[in-house]
Design a protein around this ligand. Structure first.
Ligand SMILES: [Zn+2]
Length: 289
């Protein structure tokens, strides 16, 4: 009986070790000057090519031959010398376990920057009882994003409005800069860049520290496998597909030319890499490792 008990303890501790290892596999860190960015994975998946608008059968055959492509949901933790910042909050699925694994408590988050207010980006902001999950954080939302959700009537809109209401004393509304004016800083070393289209206030964040730059581009892409070679392909989730395509083309050209590494909320783990022009067609994504 005693040895059985010891054996089960051993088994439990092995399982715990295993879970920790899995958590670590959802974490990836990258330094940008004195900033540190960490990928907080909310999960990896395959998405179906039916979300692609006007993709030809040639494109599907070449880049998603089984009709699917790798996809993911991520949030990012950004540590600057003065602030602990969360960029988007995912579904709220693995978010708190991932933060804990980085020894960061919800109370220690000073700032939450939102790229936009879809449910897979704001899910972690409220607890099930409707209370705010980050009690000491200022919540940054682009003014056009805020206005869009306050003025539409849908279930998605309700979730966004609940967040806005719950964080009403902590809201920081701002107007993102054009890519050409990216020197305008929202916070020290952080510029908000207009990348409208996926949603009317969709925002990317350009980080600058010690001569290094890095762009967190939110939902500029949902299907890297297709939208890198073919940035002109939009997805059914885009509120304004035409604008989303224009924003994607403009930003891809800029980061490729200026060799700025990027991270995205729906890029497969580790969700960070470099963009280069492809010798074949469009762009290529070179994964960081
Ligand atoms: Zn999304």
């Amino acid at each position: 009986m005693k040895s059985y008990f010891i054996l089960s303890l051993l088994f439990v501790s092995l399982m715990v070790t295993d879970i920790t290892a899995q958590e670590n596999a959802e974490i990836f860190k990258f330094a940008v000057g004195s900033f540190e960015i960490t990928t907080l994975s909310e999960g990896q998946q395959k998405s179906g090519s039916s979300i692609l608008i006007d993709a030809t059968s040639e494109m599907i055959d070449k880049y998603a031959p089984d009709g699917t492509f790798p996809s993911a949901c991520n949030a990012f933790l950004l540590k600057t010398p003065g602030k602990t910042i969360l960029i988007d909050a995912g579904f709220g699925r693995n978010l708190f376990a991932n933060l804990k694994s980085q020894n960061v408590t919800a109370e220690e988050i000073d700032i939450v920057l939102l790229t936009h207010m879809h449910g897979d980006h704001i899910g972690g902001l409220l607890h099930h009882d409707g209370k705010i999950a980050f009690p000491n954080a200022q919540l940054y939302i682009a003014q056009p994003e805020h206005d869009y959700w306050m003025n539409i009537d849908s279930r998605g809109g309700e979730q966004a409005r609940n967040v806005i209401k719950a964080y009403k004393d902590k809201l920081q509304l701002f107007v993102p800069a054009d890519l050409q004016n990216s020197t305008t800083e929202l916070l020290s070393g952080i510029s908000a860049i207009a990348a409208y289209g996926h949603t009317p206030g969709h925002t990317a964040y350009l980080l600058k520290s010690e001569n290094s730059q890095f762009l967190i581009w939110g939902d500029l892409t949902h299907a890297m496998a297709i939208q890198m070679p073919h940035p002109e392909i939009a997805v059914t989730y885009d509120v304004n597909p035409g604008d989303a395509v224009m924003a994607r083309k403009k930003i891809l050209e800029y980061v490729a030319k200026n060799r700025i590494p990027v991270a995205g909320m729906h890029i497969a783990f580790p969700a960070m890499g470099n963009i280069t022009e492809s010798a074949d067609e469009g762009y290529e994504f070179i994964v960081k490792n």
